[in-house]
Design a protein around this ligand. Structure first.
Ligand SMILES: C[S@@+](CC[C@H](N)C(=O)[O-])C[C@H]1O[C@@H](n2cnc3c(N)ncnc32)[C@H](O)[C@@H]1O
Length: 337
């Protein structure tokens, strides 16, 4: 009897009044009830949270606008019409067959990196035709949730088939930091593959071994000829692709590396130009990186944790978009999709 009375007594949890005899708590343990109440509280606070976030975003965008007006920050790139995209002859394949090697969060990051690649492609002087091969359900789910305008992307194939069913093996070159071969130049008649994986290099040699087993040529970017990096030479998917786009534009690896490799990774590195070894000029590099609005991403897995990107990025203004991503240390000033 006591128990029943106890259960009908009103109690409070962070402002929520409840009684233990509510049907929703039937058969639940103390901890499970607490979890339910916590969820309820989270829902109740949603509106206030959104308001707070919006106010913070607004303030940040005002601050940024001021910095742009003062010339401290460069203006964001102009939105180009998709139809203005300049497509060259080169083709790139993103091997997205690695979902089973990634956590949910890493698949989110992978998707965000692909968005960056497409954005860079749109803004590039010479875009490449992109194939997202091995496009599977987990990745598709993220695209549907976060970037549903991907259906309108130009010059991109989302292909559920693996690349080996689509392309002539002889033409394929799988890019891998683990390869013994080094790319000299990006040949127009080759089709380069980038491994679509975010793994913090847990699976070392994964892509290299896959390509070797398939009898496909491999090569690493010539980073070692231009830079003595203080950290590993494993870059992210979007960094590799953006470097390739820069090379196609300037035919200059050093420029491509310095423009794209994040400052964090360049720190304490040495430039190996003309056989003289000089320390990378930090200020210069910072300028270069800043002017190009490249993100200071994590070394190997830089992409934003997309959990907080509630809205479809493609519908955000560049500024809103940036703020969402900056939260996670991945500025996206130049994301245009
Ligand atoms: C995060 S890395 C993946 C690392 C993975 N453990 C592997 O086995 O390659 C993503 C992809 O970027 C490309 N990549 C990264 N760094 C590279 C480099 N230094 N040279 C050539 N390709 C690179 C490769 O295609 C690689 O599969």
């Amino acid at each position: 009897m006591d128990n029943v009375q106890d259960k009908s007594l009103p109690r409070t949890y962070n402002g929520i009044t409840y009684t233990l005899d509510e049907p929703r708590f039937k058969g639940l343990s103390k901890n499970a009830i607490k979890r339910l109440l916590k969820d309820q509280l989270w829902e109740l606070q949603r509106e206030a949270r959104t308001k707070k976030q919006r106010a913070k975003s607004k303030q940040k965008s005002q601050e940024k606008r001021q910095l742009i007006e003062q010339g401290v920050l460069p203006p964001p790139p102009k939105r180009t019409k998709t139809s203005d995209m300049v497509l060259g002859n080169r083709k790139i394949v993103f091997d997205c067959s690695f979902s089973s090697y990634m956590t949910r969060k890493e698949i989110d990051s992978m998707q965000a990196q692909l968005v960056r690649c497409y954005s860079a492609n749109r803004l590039a002087k010479e875009a490449m035709h992109m194939t997202i091969s091995g496009y599977d359900e987990p990745l598709k789910e993220v695209f549907e949730k976060k970037t549903n305008s991907y259906n309108n992307w130009l010059n991109v194939d989302f292909d559920t088939e693996p690349y080996e069913n689509r392309f002539d093996k002889e033409k394929l070159v799988y890019l891998s930091a683990d390869s013994d071969n080094v790319v000299d130049e990006l040949e127009e008649d080759k089709i380069y593959i980038i491994g679509g994986i975010v793994d913090k290099n847990r699976h070392k040699g994964l892509c290299q071994n896959k390509a070797t087993n398939q009898g496909i040529a491999t090569a690493q970017l010539p980073i070692g000829q231009y830079l003595q990096l203080a950290s590993r030479k494993v870059l992210t998917v979007n960094q590799v692709y953006e470097i390739m786009l820069k090379w196609v534009e300037h035919k200059d690896w050093e420029k491509a590396f310095l423009d794209i490799i994040p400052q964090r990774k360049l720190k304490d590195s040495k430039l190996l130009n003309n056989q003289e070894t000089s320390e990378v000029n930090k200020d210069e590099t910072e300028d270069t990186v800043d002017q190009n609005q490249h993100s200071n991403q994590e070394d190997t897995n830089p992409t934003p944790d997309q959990d907080n990107l509630e809205k479809d990025e493609t519908k955000l203004t560049p500024v809103e978009n940036q703020q969402d991503m900056e939260k996670k240390d991945c500025p996206v000033d130049n994301i245009v999709v």
